[in-house]
Design a protein around this ligand. Structure first.
Ligand code: KIV
Ligand code: NA
Length: 287
């Protein structure tokens, strides 16, 4: 097997130190991962959002670890330099630290390209369990990107997909303190989702590890988007914080319609271009 070089945490850190914004995008299979790598995205997230985008579930909560593992393996088969970060799906660590450690190790073992796990965590005062779990991972040399702000796996306890850290002084202080604590216990990076841009920028300015924002403004060290939102792969409704680059649904549907029409009017396949020949004398003999 060819040894292809891909970004390490140190490479990402070096870029962060120079103040160059970091790019991250999700991918869910070999095809989308090949695109992300070809585009030279710094980081590739195998997000549990694949539950909703690729598998059609209505939240990330129902995704099983086994289903997820197939996707992780397929993404990792794509070549290229994007550093792979993998979500710890809901239910893979909540039942206990040792279960969580086992599952994190299983995820890391799926492919040597898996460089870091990502763990959603609430406020450090309330979600002491996830803080502890993250600390245990870091102390064992398992790199962790922590995910704060809107944490979709906690959609039920949060009461919906809402902006976080915008309602009260306490919420803002807790978010800030949580980020500082996460840095202290060893997270190499912090993802901040759906937080007022001023707060995300403030937190970023106080940290010495990179932040990756989604719905958090341009004051974070980098940005992440869900690939199907970015490329318009599903419907027309995307969250407010998404700037859709292309509409692949339109492009794909149009292509399929043209194909169907050409099948129906027999203009496809075209003789010569899409067909194979048999030698004339052989054909005559056959007849
Ligand atoms: O699962 C995911 O895609 C994520 C991003 C939205 C950050 O966690
Ligand atoms: Na996720």
């Amino acid at each position: 097997k060819n040894v292809v070089k891909y970004n390490t945490i140190q490479d990402i850190r070096n870029k962060y130190v120079t103040g160059t914004p970091l790019s991250m995008c999700t991918a869910y299979d070999f095809i989308t991962a090949t695109w992300v790598n070809k585009a030279n995205c710094d980081l590739l997230l195998i997000g549990d959002s694949l539950a909703m985008t690729s598998l059609g579930y209505d939240s990330t909560i129902t995704l099983s670890l086994n289903e997820f593992k197939h996707h992780v393996a397929s993404v990792c088969r794509a070549e290229g330099s994007s550093m792979v970060v993998v979500d710890m799906p809901f239910g893979t660590f909540e039942s206990g630290i040792s279960d969580g450690l086992k599952n994190a190790i299983d995820i890391m073992k799926l492919d040597s390209k898996v460089t870091s796990v990502k763990v959603e965590v609430g406020s450090y005062t309330k979600d002491k369990y996830a803080m502890k779990f993250i600390e245990e991972l870091c102390s064992r040399g398992i790199p962790v990107m922590a995910h704060i702000g809107l944490t979709p796996q906690k959609v039920h306890s949060l009461g919906g997909y809402k902006v976080q850290g915008s309602k009260s002084l306490l919420q803002m202080q807790e978010l800030y303190e949580t980020a500082m604590q996460l840095q202290k216990i060893g997270c190499w990076s912090i993802l901040i989702e759906c937080v007022p841009h001023k707060l995300a920028q403030f937190i970023t300015s106080k940290l010495s590890v990179p932040t990756i924002g989604i719905g958090a403004g341009n004051g974070t060290s980098g940005q992440v988007l869900v690939i199907s939102d970015l490329l318009g792969m599903q419907g027309d409704s995307v969250p407010k914080f998404v700037k859709q680059a292309v509409n692949m649904t339109d492009i794909a549907t149009q292509g399929l319609k043209e194909y169907i029409a050409s099948v129906e009017d027999r203009t496809f396949p075209e003789r010569g271009t899409h067909t194979f020949k048999v030698k004339e004398d052989l054909w005559n003999e056959f007849l």
